[in-house]
Ligand binder design. Structure first.
Ligand SMILES: N[C@@H](CCC(=O)N[C@@H](CS)C(=O)NCC(=O)O)C(=O)O
Length: 214
């Protein structure tokens, strides 16, 4: 059975937004059974040699599927999709589009949004120029994604795929201030369409019932 390493306790600001939710959402969509290994972040559960063997950067999520060990949320959801044959097309062209949009979510979209979020956590009032740059970069990415989604229900194919799990999670948990995404109604509708899925609701409710805030 797949063992998923997710948080059991994490700081209150991160609770509800952590990347283990991407994996838990995918498993819920696929109706795949799994065992959860709950990790306590403040108690330094991630900073052990044993856990570093699963996750070299001491981060959540990771999985151990009967000895197949993976970290990185995008790699994990792609593996789960390939293994189950769900949320990814079976033909090479379709599969490659899903991979393309998984990379886009992680690399092109999450990077400026995360940069802005980290700056806002740590800003001391002297970072105006950096913030302006990151807001501009984020808007450029969001504007182009809005255009891409104008005549599409989902980001990679006509059907919901694991690329949508990553993209919708980035557009929700990666954006703390709704005013950043509000000018992009197509993106807001896309994100909300993905988050309205029963599998997301089940995964999120189970997470909230289980994960403690530090
Ligand atoms: N690129 C990684 C990032 C994972 C990541 O940032 N995990 C966070 C939780 S959402 C974490 O474990 N943070 C704890 C830490 O870095 O100490 C992925 O997508 O899985």
């Amino acid at each position: 059975m797949i063992k998923v390493y997710g948080f059991s306790k994490v700081n209150a600001g991160a609770r509800g937004h952590t990347r283990d939710l991407r994996v838990l959402w995918a498993l819920e969509e696929m109706q795949s059974p799994f065992e959860l290994a709950g990790m306590d972040h403040p108690a330094h559960d991630l900073s052990t040699d044993a856990y570093r063997r699963l996750s070299p950067f001491e981060q959540i999520p990771s999985i151990d599927d009967d000895g197949l060990v993976l970290s990185e949320s995008a790699a994990i959801v792609l593996y789960l999709a390939k293994k189950s044959g769900r949320l990814i097309p079976s033909d090479l062209a379709g599969e490659t589009q899903v991979m393309r949009w998984c990379f886009a979510a992680m690399n092109s979209v999450e990077v400026p949004l995360l940069g802005l979020m980290v700056l806002d956590w740590t800003a001391d009032g002297s970072c105006g120029k950096h913030r302006e740059f990151l807001v501009g970069w984020s808007n450029r990415v969001l504007r182009n994604l809005e255009r891409w989604l104008a005549d599409r229900a989902f980001v990679a194919t006509n059907e919901f795929t694991v690329a949508d799990i990553l993209m919708a999670h980035v557009l929700s948990s990666g954006i703390k201030d709704e005013r950043l995404i509000a000018p992009y109604p197509t993106l807001v509708a896309y994100r909300d369409r993905c988050l309205a899925r029963p599998a997301w609701k089940r995964a999120f409710e189970a997470y909230c019932a289980r994960v403690e805030a530090a």
